[in-house]
Design a protein around this ligand. Structure first.
Ligand code: NAD
Ligand code: ZN
Length: 395
């Protein structure tokens, strides 16, 4: 098929990007990821916008290839609360009632919540069945759908129960982004900027220079059209958006391929997250993950500078880039204060939240330090003393 791009991960070209990807997706699944039943699981917001076009695509594909398969769907409430044991059980019981067996393929249509949850259901149902990711948020495209980490939350914390379980395919249909709320798009941009910061200065420059075109491509994106007659013509902005998502997805796919179980290199993707997560623990759910990570990126860049690894001009560039996409760069940010209702983030609380970071080696904190934009001090997170971290947080 014309106009699609593939990215290789763990030795197979299973990441597929494009606009208007649904016909390809359905044909590829029906022909190449054979199953007696395909089960689409999505949330209410996404179902209202994108479920019917996906069901139609399956109908067309079945007609085209003269095959008949069963296609089921289940719609769950949106939001992080659905990433729970209760929802997992409910999906499993429903699959059993529908007599789904091992030759079932689950389709996670949604953001990171759906992807993590459905992936974990797939990992344990009948000791593991195939699943595919159909990410519908920017964050899910560049981050959560790639890498095979699946999980649910418990009252003790997020992502505490889960498994590594790789999807058979990851279909990034960029047309979905045109319905994404602006704040969710900005949230995903934090991860895109993060990846450029640790990996590639040219990618970072593209982001610095492309703000308007990229935003324009999302806000005025074309919707999926099943008349089958419209030729795909991409605007300059849409090409740039594809380019930027592709670059980010490639880095994540590469890092996961080299270090699937996160023993070193994959840890670089946690740039901004050591401090970011500690802030998120205080301000969620009013403040989003990417918003906290943006602040964490600046603080961790400050730390890199303080320790003598990176110049101040680079911090300024990162800060300007983040804010040009609408992300906060400090805890004093006005929109952030408005969203959090002015909830204070004392240094002590941030420090104690950082103690439970999975990356720490015992009591020694591990933080990704930058040497310049596009490169890191080590090819993994570095050990940093509490004293230095506290100094930066107090500034
Ligand atoms: P999300 O799944 O909650 O989606 C955000 C919101 O956007 C939801 O309300 C959803 O209904 C709505 N939405 C999704 N797609 C839409 C579309 N195309 N149009 C309109 N509305 C749409 O949030 P998220 O940011 O995608 O994912 C966050 C989750 O991802 C967290 O649970 C986090 O732990 C997880 N995560 C996992 C990994 C991983 O490696 N597995 C990595 C990062 C984050
Ligand atoms: Zn993140």
């Amino acid at each position: 098929q014309e106009n699609i791009v593939k990215v290789s991960i763990l030795g197979s070209e299973s990441i597929i990007l494009g606009y208007h990807l649904l016909p390809y997706l359905a044909s590829d699944l029906v022909q190449n990821v054979k199953a007696s039943t395909y089960v689409i699981i999505t949330d209410r917001n996404i179902a209202a916008l994108h479920l019917n076009p996906l069901l139609d695509a399956f109908q067309d594909a079945q007609r085209k290839f003269g095959q008949s398969v069963r296609v089921l769907f289940k719609v769950i409430p949106p939001g992080e609360l659905s990433k729970s044991r209760e929802t997992k059980c409910a999906i499993e019981d429903w699959l059993l009632e529908e007599v789904c067996t091992r030759d079932t393929c689950l389709i996670a249509l949604g953001g990171g919540v759906i992807g993590d949850l459905v992936g974990f259901v797939a990992a344990t149902f009948m000791r593991g069945i195939p699943f595919v990711q159909v990410p519908s948020t920017l964050l899910a495209m560049v981050d959560s759908s790639i890498g095979g980490k699946t999980a649910i939350d418990t009252p003790h914390g997020k992502n505490l129960i889960g498994a590594f379980w790789q999807p058979k395919r990851i279909y990034m249909n960029l047309s979905f982004l045109s319905t994404l709320p602006k704040r969710e798009f900005i949230n995903g941009m934090a991860e895109v900027i993060k990846t450029a910061c640790i990996w590639n200065e040219q990618d970072f420059e593209k982001l610095e220079q492309g703000v308007e075109k990229i935003q324009d491509a999302v806000l005025n994106g074309v919707k999926d059209d099943f008349t089958g007659t419209t030729m795909e013509t991409r605007t300059e902005g849409q090409c740039l958006l594809l380019d930027v998502i592709l670059a980010s997805a490639r880095v994540k796919a590469h890092v996961v391929t080299v270090d699937e179980r996160e023993t070193g290199l994959r840890g670089l993707l946690n740039y901004g997250h050591s401090i970011g997560h500690a802030i998120e623990a205080i301000l969620a759910p009013q403040v989003l993950h990417g918003e906290c990570v943006a602040i964490g990126m600046i603080q961790e860049a400050e730390l890199s500078h303080y320790l003598g690894y990176m110049d101040r001009a680079s911090i300024d560039r990162i800060a300007n880039c983040l804010s040009s996409y609408g992300l906060p760069i400090s805890l004093d940010d006005e929109r952030l204060l408005c969203r959090s209702g002015g909830t204070p983030c004392p240094v002590d609380t941030i420090m104690s939240n950082m103690r439970i970071d999975k990356k720490n080696a015992g009591s020694v904190k591990k933080i990704v330090l930058l040497s310049q934009i596009g490169d890191t001090v080590e090819k993994k997170a570095s050990a940093v003393g509490d004293q230095e971290i506290e100094t930066i947080l107090h500034e």
